[in-house]
Design a protein around this ligand. Structure first.
Ligand code: GDP
Length: 294
């Protein structure tokens, strides 16, 4: 994860290591390399611009000029700017409904059904009683996969045999959850391989019907530059409160992680890091920033 970005940033930072004071030319050259490293990692160009501008302000400032060990200051500044781009504070879930409702939305293949199972497992480990709800009725395989995931993590599932409209299914699931003693409903919705008006409308209708405490947008970290456009389309078409970054275990170049938060203003809440149900963790911008800097 982030290997290419990490090694390029490392090279950029090597330029300042072991130096006494930093002259303008060195700061310039370092910033150029950082900019290139971020762009090559598929970080959105506006986000890159923001990071580099803030770094420039900091690195030509008093603090660094006076520092006896400027390299440390530079590394600290880069780390803080990455952390800031990733969202600063880590954000949890605000679950107040009885039952609380979490809805997952995203493109097909982004990892929604997998994330539904993982989230259920995580919540179960915290003493909650989740119910998975199958509202991806476009593909019978998706319903089956959700049932399998529910079984794997040992939680209830609501997947009535019905083709067609998932909105009533989502609505009914609230009463079903209460009947079964479940206190969190996790609604899995359908997606296509590309942004699609009809399915976007359907997800918006489900959201309207069940008024989720949390609508989470699931995005595959591997899709690179495209992440920003897809995230914007879902923000406009469905709306969401937070992001689940999936497939961070792959050779993702990091662009999605570093762009989605800045572009949507919504926090990344979880990282999905593998195919097993336990490969899932709360997202911590500070830890991710230090991981990127190696
Ligand atoms: P959905 O269409 O959005 O419901 O996506 P799925 O949950 O079916 O996931 C699509 C594929 O990606 C499946 O083969 C999953 O096993 C795989 N997948 C999901 N999340 C991750 C992850 O974090 N890491 C890896 N390596 N694979 C994942």
């Amino acid at each position: 994860m982030f290997d290419a970005l990490s090694s390029k940033l490392e090279i950029a930072l090597d330029r300042v290591r072991g130096r006494g004071r930093l002259d303008a030319a060195t700061v310039d050259a370092t910033l150029k390399e950082i900019r290139l490293a971020l762009l090559e990692a598929d970080v959105n160009f506006k986000v890159v611009k923001g990071i580099v501008e803030r770094l420039r302000e900091r690195l030509v400032g008093e603090e660094v000029a006076k520092a006896l060990n400027p390299a440390q200051q530079v590394v600290k500044a880069v780390s803080q700017e990455l952390e800031r781009a990733l969202g600063g504070e880590s954000a949890g879930l605000a679950l107040t409904g009885k039952p609380a409702v979490i809805m997952l939305a995203g493109l097909q293949g982004s990892g929604k059904t997998t994330a539904a199972g993982k989230l259920a497992k995580l919540l179960k480990s915290k003493g909650r009683h989740p119910m998975l709800v199958a509202c991806d009725l476009q593909r019978p395989a998706a319903v089956q996969q959700l049932k399998v995931n529910a079984e794997r993590v040992g939680v209830h599932v609501y997947a009535p045999v019905t083709a067609g409209d998932p909105v009533p299914v989502a609505r009914e699931s609230i009463a079903k959850a209460r009947e079964s003693g479940c206190d969190v409903v996790i609604v899995d919705t359908a997606g296509r391989l590309h942004v699609d008006e009809e399915l976007m409308g359907q997800a918006a209708a489900i959201r309207e019907a069940v008024q989720p405490d949390e609508t989470l947008f699931v995005i595959d970290a591997m899709i690179g530059q495209e992440a920003v456009n897809v995230a914007r389309a879902f923000l406009d078409g469905v709306g969401f409160d937070g992001v689940i970054l999936s497939k961070l275990d792959g050779d993702a170049r990091g662009g999605a992680a570093l762009s989605v938060r800045e572009v949507t203003g919504k926090p990344i809440k979880f990282a999905s890091i593998g195919e097993k149900m336990e490969d899932f963790e709360a997202f911590h911008p500070d830890r991710m920033a230090s991981r990127i800097l190696g």
